[in-house]
Design a protein around this ligand. Structure first.
Ligand SMILES: [Zn+2]
Length: 341
C-alpha cells in the first residue's frame, strides 16, 4: 500500500477531479484534515508507543469492512446534521480515497518489492523492501505530480492540525465500534484514538524528509549491520535514474496472489485509474450527505473486501514477484550514512 505522501497527493487530486468547480477551495479549507483522513487506517500502524494502543486496527480495517465503516461515518455525520463540506464531510471524503488507491496499487508494490519467506535464505534480502519501495514511490509521485523534491517537503506540517479539537475522534470511535462490534481485544476507545494521533504525529516528525538527522540517529541506533533496517522508513533523497521503479517501460507483471491476473500498467497508470474510481466515490459521498442517494449505495460501491487487492482471501500468501534491487539501494544508504558518522 502506498505511503503517506502518495495518499495525501492522491486525496488532493481526487477532490479536484470530483468537484471541478469547488474542489480547489474545498481542499484549501480542509487541507490538513483531508491529508490526515487520506492516511485511512495506516494511522493505526504508527501507534506503538502510547498505551493503550490499537495498533491491530490497522490490519483489521485493511482486511475487511471498509465500505461499512465509511457508511457508519456518513450516518454519524448525518445524525449531527453535518454537510458534505463541513470538517466531518471533508474527513469522510478523504478517508474514502484511501481504500481505492490501496486496492489498486498494492499488488504492484508487492510484486516489485518481494517478501521474506521463512526458511528461504535467498529471500532474506527482501526484508523491509516493501516499506522502502513505498517511500521510493512517495519520492517519485511527489516529483512527478507536484514538481517537488522530497527533501523540501515538510509532510509533518500538514499533519499537525486541530484534529483533536474537532468531532473526528468521536466519528472514528462510533464508526469503528459499529463496524467491528465483536472486537473486544483490543477494544477501541477515545483514549487509544488520541494515542493513535499522537503516535502518528511522532512518526511523521521522526521521518520528516527535510532533515537527515533522524536518519543518522536511526542508523546509529542500529549499527553497521542492519538487523531491522530502520532506514526503510525514510525517504531516499537521491534515486538512480537507471531503475524503472514506476514500470514506465510497461513490462508485464502479475497480481502476486493470482497468476491469471496480468498487467502492463505503470504506477502512474494505476494512480490515474484509481483517481477516476475515487472521484466517483467522492461524488457519491457528497450526494449521500445531500440526501440524494442512500448510504447503502455508497457502502456497496466501496465494498467490504480487503485493501490488499480487493479480492484475495485474508491470510492467502503471495506467490509471484520480480523484485527491484531495493535492498541494494538500502545498503547504499547505510554506506552513505556510515561515511557521514
Ligand atoms: Zn492503507
Amino acid at each position: 500500500m502506498p505511503a503517506h505522501i502518495t495518499h495525501q497527493i492522491f486525496a488532493e487530486e481526487v477532490i479536484k477531479k470530483a468537484f471541478p468547480r469547488k474542489g480547489e477551495e474545498f481542499y484549501k479549507d480542509h487541507e490538513k484534515l483531508i491529508s490526515f483522513a487520506a492516511q485511512g487506517p495506516d494511522i493505526f500502524y504508527h501507534n506503538r508507543k502510547s498505551r493503550p494502543y490499537c495498533f491491530k486496527y490497522g490490519k483489521i480495517v485493511h482486511s475487511s469492512g471498509y465500505g461499512t465503516l465509511v457508511g457508519y461515518m456518513i450516518r454519524y455525520a448525518l445524525s449531527l446534521g453535518k454537510t458534505w463540506n463541513s470538517d466531518m464531510g471533508a474527513f469522510i471524503i478523504g478517508f474514502s480515497t484511501h481504500a481505492i488507491l490501496d486496492r489498486k496499487t498494492h499488488p504492484f508494490i508487492i510484486y516489485f518489492s518481494g517478501w521474506v519467506e521463512p526458511g528461504r535464505k535467498a529471500t532474506r534480502k527482501f526484508y523491509r523492501c516493501h516499506p522502502f519501495f513505498e517511500r521510493v514511490l512517495d519520492v517519485l509521485t511527489l516529483k512527478r505530480r507536484k514538481g517537488v523534491e522530497v527533501k523540501n517537503y515538510n509532510f509533518f506540517s500538514y499533519m499537525k492540525g486541530r484534529f483533536l479539537e474537532t468531532e473526528i475522534p468521536e466519528l472514528l470511535l462510533f464508526s469503528l465500534q459499529n463496524t467491528y462490534p465483536d472486537l473486544k481485544n483490543p477494544a477501541i476507545n477515545m483514549h487509544c484514538l488520541k494515542n493513535v494521533y499522537s503516535d502518528a504525529l511522532r512518526f511523521y516528525k521522526l521521518t520528516d524528509p527535510t532533515t537527515t538527522e533522524s536518519q543518522i540517529r536511526a542508523y546509529n541506533r542500529e549499527g553497521k549491520k542492519p538487523p531491522v533496517r530502520l532506514l526503510s522508513l525514510f525517504h531516499p533523497h537521491d534515486l538512480p535514474r537507471n531503475i524503472d521503479f514506476l514500470n514506465l517501460s510497461l513490462k508485464e507483471w502479475k497480481n502476486p496472489f493470482d497468476e491469471n491476473e496480468k498487467h502492463t500498467d505503470s504506477f502512474d497508470n494505476l494512480f490515474d485509474q484509481s483517481l477516476e474510481e475515487a472521484a466517483v466515490v467522492a461524488v457519491m459521498v457528497k450526494e449521500t450527505m445531500e440526501g440524494k442517494i442512500s448510504v447503502d449505495r455508497v457502502v456497496e460501491h466501496i465494498g467490504d473486501s480487503n485493501l490488499s487487492d480487493g479480492k484475495a482471501a485474508a491470510g492467502r500468501q503471495p506467490s509471484f514477484s520480480d523484485p527491484l534491487p531495493l535492498w541494494e539501494l538500502m545498503e547504499l544508504n547505510y554506506h552513505y550514512l556510515e561515511k557521514k558518522r
